[in-house]
Design a protein around this ligand. Sequence first.
Ligand SMILES: *[C@@H]1O[C@H](CO)[C@@H](O)[C@H](O)[C@H]1NC(C)=O
Length: 223
Amino acid sequence: MKLTVLLAALTLGVADVSGHYIFQQLSAGSKKFAVYEHIRKNSNYNSPVTSLSDNNLRCNVGGSSGASTTVLGVKAGDSFTFTADVAVYHQGPISLYMSKAPGSVSDYDGSGDWFKVFDWGPTFNGGQSSWPMRTTYEYTIPKCIQNGEYLLRIQSLAIHNPGSTPQFYISCAQVNVTGGGSASPSPTVKIPGAFKATDPGYTANIYNNFNSYTVPGPSVFKC
Ligand SMILES: *[C@@H]1O[C@H](CO)[C@@H](O)[C@H](O)[C@H]1NC(C)=O
């Protein structure tokens, strides 16, 4: 019995090292692109980023440059989908962010201003919480943002293990927005910097008296 538990733990440990999950595929409307097409490829075996001061929080390890990544033309207001290799299996919020490149997005390291496009948080029902853990996350490019090249970033913040360091699973797509408006989205944040070790949504114990939740980061920008 004890040996079985130990073996199960060891197996889990091995799975841990070889990777968790990664948002590796982008769709525009009903068109699904190839794995890592328009998405910066990570180089960390799908391991999470865990330091709140790490520049890799922007676009994951290996994602600081988009020189080898193509740019997808999208219309403001159009829908897009991030698809993960396996369904997200750690509890925690999923968020979408965008940051406008000062020039070409392929050259952009994500050091500028980011605004939040959407949050998927928990739902509470009769003392139970449930999280949006799935393979695909669909939303729309905000209708009012200015034309130009942007990083489009998805983040799964894994807070499944209270007391341990939360984990960030991140991917950035490169998009070129047309048909937009003139809005300057706000509030904006820098990454790293947007998430603090004291954020209630970072320290939350999701198994103990858990009946409300605030997703870390700025409020969602609405057109
Ligand atoms: C972005 O779209 C504009 C307007 O259509 C175009 O001039 C520009 O070349 C595009 N940039 C990229 C990288 O596709």
